[in-house]
Ligand binder design. Structure first.
Ligand SMILES: N[C@@H](CCC(=O)N[C@@H](CS)C(=O)NCC(=O)O)C(=O)O
Length: 233
């Protein structure tokens, strides 16, 4: 069986993309180990066979699936005998809601904090592309974003509040055991850890950092095993 995951790569073999971590962790949850193929920002042609240019892209024999949510649904439907990512249709709908929160809440709040750091760890040939696309997206320079880091960190606090509250109620977002909702949220923290030498959580964030430690330990320390900054261990 050929199982290949195309994912973003930065310098020192860093794998920062939160979307790709969603897929990696979903595969691990299903007990599947893909061959991970690195794709630089300027190498989107490598995944053009999928009909679009973003990663992650999963190839499972003759099936090609792009988009992290589509990959999670594909894995759930194709490997029903393996542990469930969603725990039924209601769980799938709730996971989709968490997906939207991760995309439009957490990731929106983290992007201006992390963009300057991603630029710093991008491979040299990707840096111009990354700067141009992100500055166009934000309407300001990476240096202007970096200068307002403290303001963006303050704004992150309330975005994390639903996660903080939920994690006072059970060890994982999805209950006693982790599932796709946890991977959606954790993938954003893994993004931060992969690129940023300063923790996005303050030292008094004990609930969130305890959960993050548990997530790093999952699957034999899968997320811990890659190049990252130890500040967010
Ligand atoms: N909705 C997609 C978004 C995928 C996405 O935006 N991936 C980023 C990973 S870095 C990407 O490929 N961006 C292309 C670019 O920045 O040029 C998903 O959930 O997989």
């Amino acid at each position: 069986m050929a199982l290949v995951l195309y994912e973003r790569v930065c310098a020192d073999d860093r794998r920062p993309s939160p979307y790709c971590w969603r897929a990696r962790l979903a595969l691990a949850h299903k007990g599947l180990t893909p061959e991970c193929r690195p794709v630089k920002f300027t190498e989107s042609d490598l995944v053009a066979f999928s009909g679009q240019h973003k990663v992650p892209v999963l190839v499972d024999d003759d099936r090609v699936v792009s988009d992290s949510w589509e990959i999670a649904c594909y894995l759930e439907d194709t490997y029903p005998e393996a542990p469930s990512l969603f725990d039924g249709p209601g769980g799938r709908a709730l996971a989709r809601f968490i997906n939207h929160w991760a995309d439009h809440g957490l990731q929106k709040a983290l992007s201006p904090i992390l963009a300057p750091y991603v630029h710093a760890v991008a491979v040299p040939e990707d840096r111009d592309y990354y700067r141009q696309t992100r500055e166009a997206r934000w309407g300001e320079s990476l240096e202007q974003l970096a200068a307002r880091r403290a303001i963006y960190l303050d704004a992150l606090g309330p975005v994390l509040e639903p996660l903080r509250q939920r994690l006072t109620e059970s060890p994982f977002l999805c209950g006693e055991k982790p599932a796709y909702g946890d991977y959606l949220a954790f993938a954003e923290f893994q993004w931060a850890r992969s690129v940023c030498d300063q923790d996005i959580l303050s030292p008094d964030e004990t609930t969130l950092s305890a959960w993050r430690t548990c997530m790093l330990d999952l699957f034999g320390g899968l997320a811990r095993s890659v190049t990252a900054f130890e500040t967010a261990a």
